[in-house]
Design a protein. Sequence first.
Length: 235
Amino acid sequence: MLLKVEGLHAHYGKSHILHGVDLTVEEASIVSLLGRNGSGRSTTLKTLMGIVPATQGSAKLAGQELTGLRPFEVARAGLGYVPEERLVFPNLTVEENLQMGLQPPRNGGTAWTIEDMYQYFPRLKERRHNKAGTLSGGEQQMLTICRSLLGNPRVLLIDEPTEGLAPKIVEVVMEVILDIKKRGVAVVLVEQKLTIALKVAQKIFVMGHGEIVFEGTPDELRSRPDVRRNWLEVS
Ligand SMILES: Nc1ncnc2c1ncn2[C@@H]1O[C@H](COP(=O)(O)OP(=O)(O)O)[C@@H](O)[C@H]1O
Ligand SMILES: [Mg+2]
């Protein structure tokens, strides 16, 4: 198991948000973390990255304990992170933003290049000398994903990448996620859209109230209307 999370707890001040999250991610696989708004998906990713401190539990990447590390140390250990809010450096050009992300590949990692990113997203190549702040929301999202990939992570955590994107760009983002997996990088994809998760993931975890309430394959989830009704569909 590449990433193994056991009994992870987290708090915001006195609010107890994560109540013992268990997650496993195999090498070169796509895992989707689903759940309603407020179920704790983003907090799980932030806790893995060390942005929110874990108050209990463990998260091991290829055997290395991540809890207690600071975010840059977690990144160095091999976790990449694409936050929900698109974080670009608005006054740097597209290419400078990409250069900021470059990190040498580590054990088992793939060496991605800026040219790879331009092949995925020709739009970024066209605009490579433009300031990132002038890009559309969708383009900024692509740029954020590319910058994280250039860090050559072993596992990439992506928080709702398709949120607010036009359907055509959603297709491209999904293709890129599938390609990331083909090149040996594992992906933890936080999603709202069940259809997307069912299409790309090998394993699905559903969160409710800060815990994992379902774990299984897409087919197993398809045969559990109760899970969809209780934990996924917004009434
Ligand atoms: N910075 C914060 N301070 C306090 N509470 C927060 C903060 N961020 C999220 N929460 C709360 O934690 C819970 C889980 O939120 P979150 O992890 O963002 O859920 P999701 O990503 O599944 O929508 C929610 O009840 C939310 O209100
Ligand atoms: Mg969220």
